[in-house]
Write a protein that binds this ligand. Structure first.
Ligand SMILES: CC(=O)N[C@H](C=O)[C@@H](O)[C@H](O)[C@H](O)CO
Ligand SMILES: CC(=O)C(=O)O
Length: 305
C-alpha cells in the first residue's frame, strides 16, 4: 500500500489556465482570483502549469510565481498538483523542489519534449524529479503531443515505487487506461485525460479526471461524477453528451485555450490572452463565443438544480 493519502486526489481536478496581465506577464492576482473561483464552486483540486496552464511556454520563474499564487490563495483548501515537467531535467528538478517548498501536494510531469528519447532517458528524467522531493509523483502521459509512448513495462516499474501514486492518461484509448490501471494495481491512481471521455474513463477504472475544459464548466463534470457515483447511468450519459457538444464547439476556434480564457473573461475572470503561438478568438467570432457561453451557463444552472 502507498503511504500517501490517495483519496484527496480523486474527483474533479481542473487543469488551470495561464494567468497573465494586459502586457502578457504572469499575474499572481489573476491566478489567485481564478483559483478562488474554483474553490468557491467546490472543485476538488487544481493542476497547475500543465498543458492548459501553458507551463511549456513559460520560464521557470513564471511557473514558480503562478504556483505560489495558487498555494497562497487555496493551498489549504484544495489539492494542488504542480506540473513540473520541462524540456531539461535540470529545470524540472528545480521546479520540483520549489513545489515542495511552497507546499504543493504532488508533482507531475510529461516526458521531456522535442527530442526523441529512449525509455531509459525518460525514466531517468522522471526519477531525478522524484528523488528530489518527498512529494508523491503523477506521470503525465500525453503521447499525441510528446511523441513518447509509455509502455506498460515502464509504467509497472515506476508504479512499484511508493512515491509514484498515479498516471494521468490523455491518450484517447480507454483500453490503455484500463490496462494501466490493472498494471498499477489497486493503490495506483489513474486520471482520465480526454474530457470527452470522462464517463467512459471513469466507467473503465479511472479514479477521477484532470482536464482542460473543466475550467469553463467544472459544474458539469461534477454533475457527471455525481450521476456516476449514484448509479444514474442514463443521466450521466446525457450530461457527457451535452459536455461533448460544448467541447466540439470550443475546439472549432483557432485555439482551445484562447476560447476558454475568453469565456472566463465574459464572466468577469480576466486571465489575459493565451500566450502565442496560441491565437486569441478573432473579433469576428466573438458573437459565436458569447452564444456558446450563454448556452454553457444555462446548462450549468440546470445541472445545479
Ligand atoms: C490534448 C489535451 O490537451 N488534452 C487535455 C488534457 O488531457 C484535455 O483536457 C483536452 O484539452 C480536452 O479533452 C479537449 O479536447
Ligand atoms: C493536465 C491537463 O489536462 C492539462 O494540463 O491541460
Amino acid at each position: 500500500m502507498k503511504t500517501y493519502d490517495l483519496d484527496r486526489f480523486k474527483g474533479i481536478t481542473v487543469a488551470m489556465y495561464s494567468c497573465y496581465d494586459e502586457k502578457g506577464e504572469v499575474s499572481k492576482e489573476a491566478a489567485k482570483k481564478l483559483a478562488r473561483h474554483y474553490a468557491n464552486i467546490g472543485v476538488n483540486g487544481l493542476y497547475v502549469g500543465g498543458s492548459s496552464g501553458e507551463g511549456m511556454l513559460q520560464n521557470v520563474e513564471e511557473r514558480k510565481q503562478t504556483l505560489e499564487a495558487v498555494m497562497e490563495e487555496v493551498g489549504q483548501e484544495m489539492t494542488i498538483i504542480a506540473h513540473v515537467g520541462a524540456p531539461s531535467t535540470r529545470d524540472s528538478v528545480e521546479l520540483s523542489k520549489h513545489a515542495e517548498q511552497v507546499g504543493a501536494h504532488a508533482i507531475s510531469a510529461v516526458p521531456s519534449i522535442y527530442y526523441r528519447l529512449s525509455p531509459q532517458s525518460v525514466e531517468h528524467h522522471w526519477q531525478q524529479m522524484i528523488d528530489s522531493t518527498t512529494l508523491p509523483f503523477i506521470i503525465y502521459h500525453i503521447p499525441q503531443t510528446t511523441g513518447f509512448q509509455l509502455s506498460k513495462a515502464l509504467l509497472t516499474k515506476m508504479a512499484a515505487q511508493d512515491k509514484v501514486i498515479g498516471v494521468k492518461i490523455s491518450a484517447e484509448s480507454t483500453f490503455e487506461l484500463q490496462q494501466f490501471k490493472a498494471a498499477g494495481g489497486d493503490d495506483f491512481l489513474v486520471f482520465n485525460g480526454p474530457d470527452e471521455q470522462y464517463l467512459a474513463g471513469r466507467s473503465i477504472g479511472a479514479d477521477g479526471g484532470i482536464g482542460g475544459t473543466y475550467g469553463v464548466m467544472p459544474e458539469l463534470f461534477m454533475k457527471i461524477e455525481r450521476c456516476y457515483v449514484e448509479g444514474k447511468a442514463e443521466e450521466a450519459r446525457k450530461w457527457q453528451f451535452i459536455v461533448n457538444d460544448l467541447i466540439a464547439e470550443l475546439l472549432s476556434f483557432p485555439s482551445l485555450y484562447g476560447a476558454c480564457k475568453e469565456i472566463l473573461k465574459l464572466r468577469g475572470l480576466n486571465t489575459g490572452e493565451a500566450r502565442l503561438p496560441f491565437l486569441p478568438v478573432p473579433e469576428a467570432e466573438m458573437g459565436r463565443l458569447e452564444a456558446i457561453n450563454e448556452k454553457m451557463m444555462a446548462y450549468i444552472n440546470q445541472a445545479q438544480v
